[in-house]
Ligand binder design. Structure first.
Ligand SMILES: *Cc1c(COP(=O)(O)O)cnc(C)c1O
Length: 426
């Protein structure tokens, strides 16, 4: 098997990969992740980050000792406030201040809270502006919010790859309450200039809500410097928090008393243990909580998030830019002549840490890569394979191996064995 699948070590581009890895010097971080199959190339850190070894130990301890032995006493022995430090770690990752980020619920639920709160804070304005590159859940949420307030969503059309910046600016007017976009879009990886669009929205008197699910941990633009009002994002992608780990909510400090969480619950109450029947929100970011924190998921999420905060997003961004530039060059040299199209911006400043490659047989190729070549990536309809290069643990050598294996799978036509009908979790 390895004869067909590499290791592809006899080439100048492989030597270059090794030397780029030596320069990046990320080995110390990569070693902190569980790796059960060294031959597997994992390119889905943008969808589900790898498992940090420390998370295995920490979850074991929380289950055995804190739950098993200490039982309900653990709420007073650390559980109640355990999310606070993690919120501050995420704040440092996205360029916010301590006290501006809460860990809570899922991204979709948090988006609902902030979008509705924002639209209600702009009475008289009826429009929410977004683009056609956004994540489906975000449309469902924004439509639901528009329905609740009797407003409407205007979806600005793009070329399918690049954010339609000029058209967005034209659409943002004095009737616009909210502009809500993905910072890095999930298919093409196009990445907006946070500050530029935020200023345009502010000039029209609108609020801005960014979904940072695909940018948190890999893009160094901070929400603070960009003047961003609101943001949400998940912690299980580049932040390595584990499947379904709780998401984050960012509300700029000066807006926290002006925006009201519409999903009220006792965790957002000023005095939860008074068990009052009337809701009185607590001051600050905790008002964006609703119910009980998922302590096991929170524990699993801590090591991955702390690692990203420790390395620093500036350094991760540098490694990510290098990984993508290398992937792009190998694509042009090895894959462009096999029916692929590069469906990601060519400008390094305008992309995140994943790329999309279009091919007429993309679904079958994705299955063959998993089944025959030990490359895990995903398929995004209608015709893209998507490759995530998580800079914390993806090496240039992995980029090289994956490009060579893709070339092999397409050239050998082994993908023809796989069904053309799309099924399952893609
Ligand atoms: C992954 C992702 C989500 C996920 O939402 P959940 O509610 O956490 O499942 C939302 N928005 C974007 C842009 C994403 O990439």
């Amino acid at each position: 098997m390895t004869s067909k699948l590499g290791p592809f070590t006899d080439s100048a581009s492989h030597d270059e990969a090794l030397s780029l890895d030596a320069t990046a010097a990320m080995g110390q971080w990569r070693d902190q992740f569980v790796e059960s199959d060294p031959d597997l190339v994992y390119l889905l850190g943008n969808s589900l980050g790898r498992l940090p070894a420390a998370a295995v130990d920490l979850v074991g301890h929380v289950v055995d000792v804190e739950w098993g032995d200490r039982l309900i006493r653990s709420w007073n022995e650390g559980w109640w406030d355990r999310h606070v430090e993690l919120g501050d770690s995420v704040a440092s990752i996205i360029g916010a201040e301590p006290g501006e980020v809460a860990i809570s619920d899922s991204t979709s639920v948090n988006l609902h809270k902030l979008a509705l709160a924002a639209v209600r804070a702009r009475p008289g304005r009826t429009k929410i502006v977004t683009d056609d590159l956004n994540f489906p859940s975000d449309y469902y949420v924004l439509d639901s919010v528009a329905e609740l307030v009797g407003g409407r969503v205007e979806m600005v059309t793009s070329d399918g790859i690049h954010g339609p910046v000029d058209e967005l600016i034209a659409a943002i007017d004095e009737d616009t309450a909210l502009v809500s976009l993905s910072h890095t879009v999930f298919k093409s990886g196009y990445t907006y200039d946070l500050g530029a669009l935020t200023s345009e929205a502010h000039a029209a008197g609108a609020l801005v809500l960014w979904d940072m699910s695909h940018s948190a941990g890999v893009i160094a633009d901070g929400v603070g410097r960009a003047g961003v009002d609101l943001a949400v994002g998940c912690t299980y992608k580049y932040l390595n928090g584990g499947p379904g780990s709780p998401a984050f909510v960012y509300v700029r400090s000066d807006l926290q008393s002006m925006l009201h969480n519409p999903v009220r619950g006792w965790w957002g109450h000023d005095d939860p243990f008074a068990f009052e029947s009337a809701y009185r929100p607590v001051d600050g970011i905790r008002a964006f909580h609703a119910g009980t924190m998922p302590i096991l998921s929170l524990s699993a999420a801590r090591p991955g998030i702390e690692m990203i905060a420790d390395v620093g997003v500036g350094r991760l961004r540098d490694v990510s830019v290098s990984l993508l530039a290398f992937a792009e060059r190998l694509f042009d040299d090895e894959l462009a002549d096999l029916g692929f199209r590069w469906n990601t911006p060519r400008d390094p400043a305008r992309r995140g840490s994943h790329v999309s490659l279009a091919h007429n047989n993309a679904w079958q190729i994705a299955q063959a890569l998993e089944g025959e070549a030990k490359v895990l990536l995903d398929f995004r309809a209608p015709d893209n394979i998507r490759l995530g290069f998580a800079p914390l643990y993806t090496r240039h050598v992995d980029v090289h191996t994956s490009m060579m294996r893709i070339r092999h799978v397409v050239e050998s036509e082994v993908w023809r064995k796989y069904p053309a009908t799309i099924a399952g979790v893609t």
